[in-house]
Write a protein that binds this ligand. Structure first.
Ligand code: GP9
Ligand code: MN
Length: 421
């Protein structure tokens, strides 16, 4: 009830991290373009397979002068995979310890990015080459406040352009362009890619790099579908540059979750040339995060963070303060950003220590350590953030909370029925 939500809002206000003045408002009024990089792990960045860069375009973006690239950024998804990543990025609340919050809590009251921005004149849309009911998107997107959802029914799903879960990324971006151009600016948009998805099927004619040779087929093909994704994103960027959108849009790219699970550690140890320890496993949960803002000073960022932190970071860049919102992450660029990155199971990593499966590590040396004051304190912080987030989601507590100046989302105003549009 409202007592519970007061406990939560006291916590998020106490842990709020003030915006960094050098970045606050740097993207004010700009369009927002998210590119969801399916199953894309950070080890791919700058990795060379047989002497060749796997993802030359995404590698080059780490050196772009207007781009922040975060190289200690972790996914925090659970069983909800893609949908958990989406939930965290739209809300700065965690997915659930079991199941998918998208599938089970689609009717919850939310105060998500599309609604916050929609009330400031933004039009919002999701583009995705799979059908709208997958992960219950067509329900929860109403609570999130997405104005438009261009799902597979908007695309040419001919059999040569479709593989695995849906439309291949190259035709996906290409066919998205006229729909993107139909939106009133400023817009808040998300492009959810699909081709780099387990078990990473790809036709020889579309593979522009040879497979790895571990003998584990999905690991071996992962590099080929990652290359295909890299080329797809480059093509989309070429369009953005040509159209001028590049100069008035924030572009955020993120890997949603791991692509290669621990079941493939034998092949991964061949790829990385070393035995995979539990701490290596945790670090393999790093995914890339890029934030490009025209005119902003970019650079490689080493601070630790995770998917929960993206929304406050973005809102502060857009010049919107987050203090009054219930959000469980903190602005990555704030001097008060929390160094503790909780995983969904209660483990955590930080720049100094990590807790993995009830064992503790020195993050710098990789050595096992005994529990100490910091590991106890950081474990408590991680657990507290997860528990309070769960309390909000299970109790649908945002029903009882109204951020200053925020109008509740009216779900009945949204529908994604293509034919009735
Ligand atoms: C499905 C796609 C994949 O539409 O987003 O979801 P995942 O299997 O990665 O959770
Ligand atoms: Mn996914």
């Amino acid at each position: 009830d409202s007592n519970d939500v007061t406990e939560v809002s006291n916590f998020t206000k106490a842990t709020y991290a003030e915006p960094n003045k050098a970045y606050f408002g740097k993207a004010k009024g700009m369009n927002v373009i998210y590119v969801h990089l399916e199953s894309f792990q950070n080890f791919l960045i700058n990795y060379k397979l047989n002497g060749q860069e796997v993802t030359p375009f995404l590698n080059s973006l780490t050196r772009d002068q207007n781009t922040l690239y975060f190289d200690n950024f972790y996914h925090q998804t659970g069983q909800g995979k893609t949908s958990d990543a989406e939930f965290m990025l739209e809300n700065s609340m965690f997915g659930l310890p079991q199941g998918s919050v998208f599938s089970t809590k689609g009717q919850n009251t939310l105060q998500a990015a599309p609604a916050i921005l929609g009330q400031r004149g933004y039009t919002s849309a999701v583009f995705h080459g799979n059908y709208k009911t997958f992960w219950n998107r067509d329900e929860i997107y109403k609570s999130i406040g997405f104005d438009h959802f261009f799902d597979a029914s908007y695309y040419d799903m001919n059999s040569k352009d479709v593989v695995n879960y849906g439309l291949k990324d190259k035709p996906f971006f290409k066919e998205s362009i006229p729909m993107l151009e139909s939106l009133k600016q400023p817009f808040y948009t998300k492009f959810i890619t699909l081709s780099n998805h387990f078990p990473y099927p790809i036709e020889d004619s579309e593979a522009t790099i040879g497979p790895a040779t571990t003998g584990d087929g999905s690991v071996d093909r992962y590099f080929q579908t990652a290359r295909y994704l890299d080329e797809s994103v480059k093509g989309f960027f070429d369009y953005l540059k040509k159209s001028g959108l590049y100069d008035n849009s924030v572009i955020v790219l993120y890997g949603d979750h791991y692509g290669i699970s621990e079941n493939h550690n034998k092949a991964m140890s061949q790829i990385l040339g070393k035995e995979i320890t539990p701490l290596d496993n945790a670090n393999l949960q790093k995914v890339p995060l890029y934030i490009r803002v025209p005119g902003m000073n970019g650079g490689i960022q080493h601070q630790y963070g995770g998917e929960i932190d993206v929304l406050p970071t973005l809102l502060h860049l857009l010049g919107i303060d987050t203090e009054d919102y219930i959000q469980f992450g903190t602005d990555l660029m704030s001097k008060e950003h929390s160094p503790v990155v909780p995983f969904r199971n209660g483990d955590y990593v930080s720049p100094t220590t990590a807790s993995i499966n009830d064992k503790y590590y020195n993050m710098q040396t990789g050595e096992r350590i005994e529990a100490n004051d910091e590991t106890k304190r950081y474990s408590e912080i991680a657990q507290k953030r997860l528990n309070l987030s769960d309390k909000v989601v299970y109790g649908d507590l945002l029903r009882f909370y109204e951020p200053k100046g925020f109008k509740p989302v009216d779900r009945s105003k949204y529908n994604y029925n293509h034919d009735e549009d």
